[in-house]
Design a protein around this ligand. Structure first.
Ligand SMILES: C[S@@+](CC[C@H](N)C(=O)[O-])C[C@H]1O[C@@H](n2cnc3c(N)ncnc32)[C@H](O)[C@@H]1O
Length: 421
């Protein structure tokens, strides 16, 4: 694989070791991935997913077949799919319970046909979520067929097919609600209210069935695409609905590949509430998950060993906004706690972090994580910088930290660290 591209500058001195900063286009580096949604990537919307090219790059350059790979903030499960396609074993954790059904559906190996995914929107037994706000999100008229279809899912569907049935059924459920499906966050917009008013004028039961069929057809064709790409028989451990800060690795892994939660990103659990309720989670369970979400959780008690962390903390403090400072602390302290708890069991790390500004201050997340890892005996190997093409702005001066032309363009950084000694 052509791993080198556009080497622009060396990094800071670390003795004789010079890490590199390189501008790359992961899409060009990994040209044999045809699109970001190939195979079973993109079965369901998941905000801030990695593009598979980044994961493939890290797996091919920093691990070999048979190695164990960890993603503690696995989200949709991009790492599980790429690991399976390249013959690596994987451990994936996420607070969001959606992870397990997304990975099970994405790695489905048996034969599947459209008939297997049949759902009865008039099924004899209904399932209604335990959700006090249900009537706020669905008009009463839609609840009847939806509850019957979900009754079929909960009480009649075969266990092995549940993840496959859940995906098109969740899409239908979300569409036939007041939530705006163009926005990942659960949001009742005017556009969505108009959509519901229009649907109520039509034969909505029939439309639900037709939408389900078309989504199920798409799912079957994506699963067949995945199966045609020679996925290997690998071992996989999926833990969904878990707090990665209270977990400790029980086995050694060669490589961590992850894109941690974004600072000031949207709240994942809140965004997936509608899905989680229909899947059978209670209000109390969902509240419990929300309390653990990074960076909205209580900041853990841990020391961040990074001068950049303190430098930027002072600048945030000067803004005089306690909420922002708490998010800043919660974000870094959470990631640091995870690293402190688990770094001894890991040989290499590939951490993908995006650009984040707090009130105009760009926070160098990769630098903070790198400095802390260096204090734990890790070495910075390289940082690959990709440009978010859709938001290209204009060129300015050279960035002193990287020696690269700073295009004032949002960039995403893949930072590679290796254990020394
Ligand atoms: C940027 S997303 C990861 C996306 C993933 N790389 C993908 O390709 O889909 C960050 C993830 O961190 C998860 N998360 C937030 N707090 C967490 C916690 N305490 N423990 C485990 N996962 C957490 C969120 O649920 C979210 O899925």
């Amino acid at each position: 694989m052509a791993a080198r591209c556009g080497l622009l500058a060396g990094g800071r001195d670390q003795g004789s070791w010079k890490p590199e900063y390189r501008r790359v286009s992961f899409r060009k580096l990994i040209a044999d991935i045809p699109s970001t949604t190939y195979a079973t990537h993109g079965l369901y919307m998941y905000p801030a997913k990695f593009i598979p090219h980044v994961v493939r790059f890290a797996l091919e350059k920093y691990s070999v077949e048979g190695d164990w790979i960890l993603d503690p903030f696995a989200g949709y499960g991009t790492v599980a799919i790429e690991a399976s396609l390249t013959g690596r074993n994987f451990i994936v954790w996420d607070l969001n319970p959606m992870l397990s059904l997304l990975v099970e559906a994405s790695l489905y190996r048996d034969r599947v046909s459209l008939e297997d995914l049949h759902v009865d929107f008039s099924y004899g037994r209904s399932y209604t979520p335990e959700w006090s706000n249900l009537g706020y999100w669905h008009p009463r008229e839609f609840l009847e067929p939806l509850s019957r279809a979900w009754g079929y899912y909960h009480y009649a569907a075969p266990r092995r097919l549940k993840p496959l049935i859940a995906i098109p059924l969740l899409k239908v459920t979300r569409y036939f609600s007041y939530s705006d499906e163009k926005i990942a966050k659960l949001y009742r917009s005017r556009r969505a209210r108009e959509k519901v008013a229009g649907l109520l004028q039509k034969n909505y039961r029939d439309l639900m069935g037709r939408m389900y069929l078309s989504e199920a057809r798409r799912l079957v064709s994506k699963i067949r695409d995945f199966q045609s790409r020679n996925p290997r028989v690998v071992e996989g451990v999926v833990e969904a609905g878990v707090d990665s800060l209270s977990k400790k690795l029980e086995r050694r892994v060669k490589l961590l590949v992850t894109s941690p939660p974004y600072l000031q990103a949207q709240e994942y659990i809140r965004s997936f509430k509608l899905e989680l309720f229909w899947l059978g989670y209670s209000e109390e369970e969902i509240r419990g998950l929300m309390r653990r979400e990074i960076p909205y959780r209580e900041p853990p008690k841990v020391e961040v060993k990074s001068s950049s962390y303190w430098e930027y903390r002072r600048r945030i403090e000067e803004l005089g906004n306690h909420k922002l400072l708490r998010i800043y602390d919660s974000y870094f302290k959470s990631l640091i706690l995870f690293l402190n708890n688990n770094h001894r069991m890991i040989s290499r790390m590939a951490i993908f972090v995006g650009p984040v500004k707090i009130r105009g201050i760009r926070i160098p997340i990769d630098r903070v994580l790198r400095e802390h890892l260096e204090s734990l005996g890790w070495r910075h190997v390289e940082t690959l910088i990709d440009t978010i093409v859709s938001r290209r702005l204009f060129k300015t001066k050279v960035n002193p930290a990287t020696g690269l032309i700073d295009e004032r363009t949002p960039t995403e950084h893949l930072i590679i660290m290796e254990k020394t000694g």
